[in-house]
Design a protein around this ligand. Structure first.
Ligand code: ATP
Ligand code: FE
Length: 366
């Protein structure tokens, strides 16, 4: 079998082809991030226009690289949820068009499930496992019991960590530093934080410290960072395009606070799984994925937690942590192997902007 994956849920047009052994034959990715960086954020209409412009060339390039034609493809996998509706619609329409034209079944994919499963492409990670998905739009802890069997343990009650990094980086004017100008906000903050000399001059509190659930909250850290930033800007009489001298320290303080929160909630999830006997105590596995998982400081601290709790930790390579077509093709293959969600009646398929990973097992509790 050859599975063709299509991803357009946010600001990346991604395609890939994977064979029945799980070998990647080709991939192609058109990133819009630099354009959105210039606009100061994603404008949905702009993202949709770019997807429309690049979907066909990206599909063609992927076929050419693998030296196959659409006739050789067994099934198409496409992200239908969650994401920006205008962006998702481009991928769905194009996938339906290809499905009709070449008479191929469609496999609908949940973007966050794909983030959680792609680690299995290169490493043997058996179900069940715990997953921490941290990205620009999400922050969630879930139990993965099978290819389409997910139990949500907790999620952010406000913003996502990547979103906070992106907003803070913009407010700090990190893009004015040429070294950071091409980087995502998260990447820029990680690099700046590594140059900090006195991160402890800023104190950011641990969010939801009294809550015994596995939910997250990042707005307090965002606001706290802004307050420190404004105070320092006033203190130094900072001009419009200048950075505060303590910018590296403030980045480090934010990164440290986000990391502590992520580690704390993940530890809660591990305790919950232990009490409920949801994961075997000697075979605990944690898969970290999503764009923010590229952060080595966060990953290092999660690794320390896993060493303490006897968990094995996994993370896909950075290219597969951020949005890509490969994870969609891989998720398609995982479903194909188990004969799950292989759809021929296209009228039953539609996009869904908001779509949680199953019911939350743990309510918000103090
Ligand atoms: P979602 O998957 O929730 O729909 P998304 O698709 O926009 O969101 P991804 O492409 O998975 O998100 O990740 C992008 C996010 O990852 C951005 O917010 C970016 O700042 C963040 N990011 C990328 N690299 C790093 C890093 N090294 N450290 C922290 N954050 C990072
Ligand atoms: Fe994503």
């Amino acid at each position: 079998a050859l599975i063709f994956g299509i991803e357009t849920s946010c600001d990346d047009t991604g395609c890939a082809i994977i064979d029945s052994e799980g070998t990647l034959l080709s991939e192609s990715l058109h990133c819009q991030s630099l354009i959105h960086l210039r606009n100061g954020g994603i404008i949905p209409d702009v993202a949709q226009d770019l997807h429309r412009r690049f979907i066909e060339p990206t599909v063609e390039e992927t076929l050419n690289k693998a030296e196959v034609s659409m006739n050789d493809i067994t099934a198409l996998a496409v992200t239908l949820q969650p994401g920006l509706p205008l962006s998702l619609a481009v991928g769905m329409k194009y996938a339906k068009h290809l499905s009709r034209k070449f008479n191929k079944p469609l496999i609908p994919i949940h973007h966050m499930e794909a983030h959680a499963l792609v680690a299995r492409m290169q490493q043997s990670i058996t179900f069940p496992y715990l997953t921490l998905l941290i990205s620009g739009g999400h922050c969630l802890l879930a139990l993965v019991q099978g290819v389409n069997k997910f139990k949500l343990l907790g999620e952010s009650i406000d913003s996502a960590p990547g979103e906070v990094f992106d907003k803070v980086a913009r407010k700090m004017k990190l893009r004015n530093v040429s070294e950071y100008s091409q980087m995502s906000g998260g990447q820029a903050i990680e690099t700046a934080a590594s140059k900090a000399t006195n991160p402890h001059i800023f104190k950011l509190p641990l969010p939801m410290a009294d809550y015994k659930d596995c939910n997250f909250s990042f707005n307090g850290l965002k606001t706290g960072t802004f307050l420190h930033l404004h105070k320092k800007e006033k203190e130094h009489n900072i001009e419009a395009d200048e950075l505060i001298p303590e910018v590296n320290d403030l980045c480090a303080a934010l990164l440290m606070a986000v990391t502590r929160h992520l580690v704390h909630r993940t530890q809660r999830a591990m305790e919950f799984c232990k009490t409920r006997e949801l994961l075997s105590e000697h075979e605990g596995k944690l898969v970290v994925s999503g764009g923010v998982a590229c952060n080595n400081f966060i990953f290092k601290n999660l690794t320390i937690l896993c060493d303490d709790t006897g968990y094995k930790i996994f993370r896909p390579p950075p290219k597969l942590c951020t949005d890509n077509g490969v994870m969609i093709a891989w998720n398609g293959l995982e479903k194909w192997r188990e004969r799950l969600d292989i759809v021929r009646d296209l009228s039953s398929l539609d996009i869904k902007a908001v779509s949680p990973l199953g019911e939350n097992l743990i309510p918000n509790v103090k």
